[in-house]
Design a protein around this ligand. Sequence first.
Ligand code: NDP
Length: 337
Amino acid sequence: MTDTNRRFLLTARPDGMPKDSDFALVDAPLPELQPGEFLIRNHYASLDPAIRGWLDDVPSYLPPVALGDPVRATTVGIVEESKAEGFKPGDWVMGLNGIEHYSVGKLGGFTQPIDVSLVPSPTNFLSVMGAVGLTAYFGVIEILQPKSGQTLLVSGAAGAVGSLVGQLGKRAGCRVIGIAGGPAKCARLIDDYGFDAAIDYRGKDAAALSADIGAAAPDGIDLVFENVGGVGLDATLDHLNQFAQVALCGLISEYNSEHYGTRNLWQLIVHSATIRGFLISEFLDRFVEGGTAMAKMAAEGTLRFDEHIEEGIDNALPAFLRLFEGSNQGKMILKLI
Ligand code: NDP
């Protein structure tokens, strides 16, 4: 164990796309543990689009990251030292910590033990068994509750959440249409994830996208899993069937700009449709159920999940920005050790 802790700190609130000068990499002394605390050596950090929202000083479901604090992220790591009953050196843990080599966990906090023998890699606790897997699982089975024969449209479809949503929709017997950026990702939707149709949104306005969605869904759309927002959501709303349901999971196209402001809400009235925002934390008491179900499908080989692992805390910002460029190929994870 070294005696310094390399940390990726937020030093200024980003205006638009985050840039180098909004952050600082510093070497700090290792913290002294207090009773009830344990020291975690973070091995992997989950780079999630949601982190962008935590950098802004606006009301949200978590307080903003304070200036001077490490950028918040879910991490998986090993307990190095402990003054907390129930956590001993060598235990693998997962929790909402920071992008830093060492974090301090507290009894009763967000960090919990994990059993890495259940999965091929500890990173799976950040992908198929982590927040993205649980978001896909509960978003599909609880929010959308698909029925065989329905048409499901997924945006951000080639990403970590979207690719799992599409596969769960197929398992439920839906016709699944995905929207993603570029021909390569659209090919992956069909070839790797089993979608029925794929639409490339790049370079298209709402009218062009609406035409493509209409061609891919001639009988309309019953279920929408929305990860992106912006013009794509407007275009999608043109094609809702009566009593359609939209699960509003994310608005990634709006995270680095003013909110676009969906202009087509009238279609919800026209089609007696429902739009339902949700956060995965709603299902906290069922995480074991969801994680177990996703791990089982993955272990059987009936659910494909991809992880995109970048190395080194020095790469935290470039790796994070790949989420907004669309150059991640699966769940974006930063390897810290
Ligand atoms: P992804 O792995 O899907 O990576 C982000 C992808 O978003 C990129 O690869 C890119 O794909 C796409 N994207 C980025 N910018 C734009 C843009 N301007 N327009 C269209 N597409 C864009 O990330 P996740 O799977 O982790 O997250 C997907 C969504 O789910 C996010 O909105 C996230 O906030 C949300 N989420 C919500 C949760 C909840 O509890 N409600 C929990 C977890 C995630 P492409 O190449 O196709 O453009």
